[in-house]
Design a protein around this ligand. Structure first.
Ligand code: PNS
Length: 163
């Protein structure tokens, strides 16, 4: 089985993530979207692991070979558990490269059988990130077209609560 993993914190999933997931689903027999608990990232995620998984599940419902799974621990160990041979990451600007290169090298050191591969973001989403989306929403700006509509609404109500 030609299975790949698309890992991330997805706090929350953006249309840029979804574009990479959809393109990966056209290349591999099965894609597992691996949602990391990432308890320490940026002072703790805004959305719970369940919420983050739910947003993605509903957004990829039309892709029959994509499943969404939460994980906590080492990515390469989760890849082994899922019997996945490749880890697919999206790459936006040069600024992503250093962090992604470091993670790919470390993962390779831990397990040489899991290959990291990159899918370049389309220009339309090259500037898009979950943190930018959260910042715009926090100050009441519109993130329509950058994230699924359901996420837009969740961000709007979460941002109101925190003000
Ligand atoms: O969306 P993100 O936050 O850039 O994704 C980063 C993620 C979740 C892929 C990365 O932090 C990760 O792989 N976490 C699991 C822990 C792990 O395996 N760390 C070693 C990799 S350097």
């Amino acid at each position: 089985m030609n299975r790949a993993i698309c890992p991330g914190t997805f706090d929350p999933v953006t249309n840029g993530h979804l574009d990479v997931i959809e393109r990966a689903s056209a290349l591999f027999a099965e894609v597992v979207v691996a949602v990391a608990l990432s308890p320490d990232k940026g002072g703790g995620p805004l959305f719970t692991l369940d919420e983050r998984c739910g947003f993605i599940e509903r957004a990829v419902a039309h892709l029959s070979n994509v499943v969404v799974r939460p994980f906590d621990g080492l990515l390469v160990e989760f890849a082994q558990e899922m019997d996945a041979k490749a880890v697919i990451k999206g790459l936006r600007a040069v600024t992503d490269f250093e962090r992604e290169f470091q993670m790919a090298q470390l993962n390779y050191r831990i397990d040489k059988t899991v290959e990291t591969m990159f899918i370049m973001s389309i220009p339309e989403y090259a500037y898009l990130s979950s943190s930018a989306v959260k910042e715009i929403a926090r100050y009441g700006g519109s993130v329509k077209g950058l994230v699924p509509d359901e996420v837009c609404e969740a961000l709007a109500s979460r941002s109101h609560q925190s003000h």
